[in-house]
Design a protein around this ligand. Sequence first.
Ligand code: 13P
Length: 284
Amino acid sequence: MLVTMKTILKYAEAHHSAIGAFNVTTLEGILGTLEAAEELKQPVILQFAQVHESLIPVSVLGPIMVMLAEQASVPVCVHLDHGEDLDYIKKAMDMGFTSVMYDGSVLDFEKNVANTCMAVEIASAYGVSVEAEIGSMGREEFGSVGAEGEAVASLYTDPDEAKEFVERTGVDALACSFGTVHGLYLTEPKLDFDIISAIREKAQIPVVMHGGSGVSPEDFRRCIQRGVRKINYYTYAAKAGGQAVREQCAAEEDIVYFHDVATWGKEAMKADVREAMKVFASEF
Ligand code: 13P
């Protein structure tokens, strides 16, 4: 069943858990994620990042995400990840997405506030939830290593700024920087858990962790304890799919058909997503 981010976040709050938000770039990614969620009976967020438009257009994948979310036996929010312009965000909402992220984190604070307010105004007409971001987590969503490979402390979210931002924009969730980065880590991530607590206390908002791949189960749980309620995750699932295909192709002596490749990839992504969901949920 298709639900908004607000509904999913309420569930996470009540269960003291976080909901996995899995980026999808293929039909196999969508199917693997939904199968994992249905098997574990967990709500899930299926998300598409604007930067992945070069892999597959949202106009192709988006309607499939919405349709399969509607048919799912668990609550599914269909979310636009890192929407960079208001026209693109509107396009996703017209397609039936129930949540959008406006990412103005590269802009100065005032411009980010102004654009986020516009996104919230447009979204409220659709009954759609809005996530925004302050602080910076690196801009790689392609699974590659970010320029510096680790977070830069000076770009961590300032809790006082977060409070002002949330009060002025009225967003439903806030992506914050506290030590995670998108893509693969060169060194083990060192997270600042106190930032999460301070943001929760001052801004009273569900905190979103980006760059979930490579964070240890213990650190995920600590973050959830402090108030992270949505965890964005992509690189490790995509890597697991690629690795499985590589190994199966190498082991295969006969012809390899593309439908086999697609199935191997899907099953491996599903297994990876399933493990992540178990860590994020409170009941496993
Ligand atoms: P990872 O690819 O590092 O898991 O991060 C995904 C993400 O944060 C998408 O917004």
